[in-house]
Write a protein that binds this ligand. Structure first.
Ligand SMILES: [Fe+2]
Ligand SMILES: [Fe+2]
Length: 353
């Protein structure tokens, strides 16, 4: 039953108890009166992620940028290549967060029939908007030319193709007439959820890497701190969509056919290839130890982790060429099994995660 249907007829004395309503709850295609009853819960992991997100509340204005401003203006601060890579990475993550804000609000949330998952996605949507604001904060602080950041996709074919490809996968379920409830559309929705795992867990991670490489070399510390806050949020978004995908699989196991698994693996391999092409166009002949070769290896390592998290076999068996990245992500990179994650202490406005 769709959310709206329950209040369309005349009043009839209660036919369903709360327990029955919750027992009929599913990620998609469940019974949902649309009134967001979140106690008790059917999908407690979503509520836990929602609570963690709230504890992680931060704002970009908190992050000191003066050091970055001085370094950006200093002729000996960053090389031209480094500045170029910085701006391209910023353009890319800004485009990604922008389209993800719209994707969650317009394409994903309306099909979810579990209120606790709706809560978490609503919070995620806010966080993506906060990330859009964070990149604007960087553009303003460094007095970057908005044309070179927001306008880059109009002049740079690599970025245009990349955005086009991300949007094509997102737009498969974007039609206002798209509805879940058939084998075919439920598979499409599951593919879109795994598309979110790819977006949150492969595309963003390569751009973050570039900011961490700069930071590790003593450059743009404020920007890297901002990215760490964003990365902490994205880590929760990744967990959320891995749980959503795996729970749809558990609730509707008929969707997870051998052909469909092959399609998902192909999507992941394509994402790794596409991300490599983009990253290679950014790093060119190399920057501060980051080369096309170790970038490729890193993306393969990240791709393998996403496969494992979805219950699929590794495709590359790649080792992480940047184990130091753990300093910045504090374990998020190596956490393969999200169902057995260790408990960490969270606190608002700090990076203890
Ligand atoms: Fe984001
Ligand atoms: Fe995200």
């Amino acid at each position: 039953m769709a959310k709206a249907d329950i209040f369309t007829g005349d009043f009839q004395d209660s036919q369903l108890s709360n327990a029955e309503i919750i027992n009929r709850r599913r990620v998609i295609n469940g019974f949902d009166d649309g009134l967001m009853q979140v106690s008790p819960l059917k999908h407690p992991w979503a509520y836990e992620i929602f609570n963690t997100m709230i504890q992680n509340t931060w704002v970009p204005q908190e992050i000191p940028m003066q050091q970055d401003v001085s370094m950006w203006e200093d002729p000996n601060g960053l090389t031209e290549t480094e500045k170029n890579v910085y701006e391209r990475s910023l353009a890319f993550v800004s485009n990604l967060d922008g389209l993800q804000t719209n994707n969650l609000a317009c394409n994903i949330i309306r099909h979810i029939t579990s209120p606790e998952i709706v809560l978490a996605i609503a919070r995620q949507t806010y966080e993506e908007a906060l990330h859009v604001q964070s990149y604007a904060t960087l553009v303003e602080a460094l007095a970057l030319d908005p044309e070179r950041v927001y306008g880059l996709y109009r002049t740079d074919q690599d970025l245009y193709e990349k955005n086009k490809s991300v949007l094509e996968s997102v737009n498969k379920i974007a039609s206002p007439t798209f509805e879940t409830g058939t084998f075919e559309t439920d598979q499409m929705f599951l593919e879109a959820c795994i598309g979110n795992v790819i977006l949150e867990g492969i595309y963003f991670y390569s751009a973050f890497l570039i900011f961490y490489v700069l930071r590790r070399n003593g450059k743009m510390a404020g920007s890297a701190e901002m990215i760490q806050f964003i990365n902490r949020d994205e880590d929760n978004h990744l967990k959320l969509f891995i749980h959503i995908s795996n729970t749809i699989k558990a609730e509707q196991p008929e969707l997870w056919t051998a052909d469909f698994q092959e399609l998902i693996l192909e999507n992941i391999r394509n994402a790794v290839d596409m991300e490599y092409q983009w990253g290679a166009s950014c790093v060119g002949e190399g920057m501060l130890g980051l080369t096309k070769g170790n970038l490729r290896q890193y993306l393969e390592f990240v791709g393998d982790m996403r496969c494992l998290a979805l219950g699929l076999p590794k495709q590359y068996n790649a080792e992480n060429p940047f184990p130091w990245i753990d300093e910045f992500t504090q374990g998020a990179m190596i956490e393969v099994n999200f169902f057995e994650g260790t408990v960490r202490e969270y606190q608002s406005g700090t990076l203890e995660w």
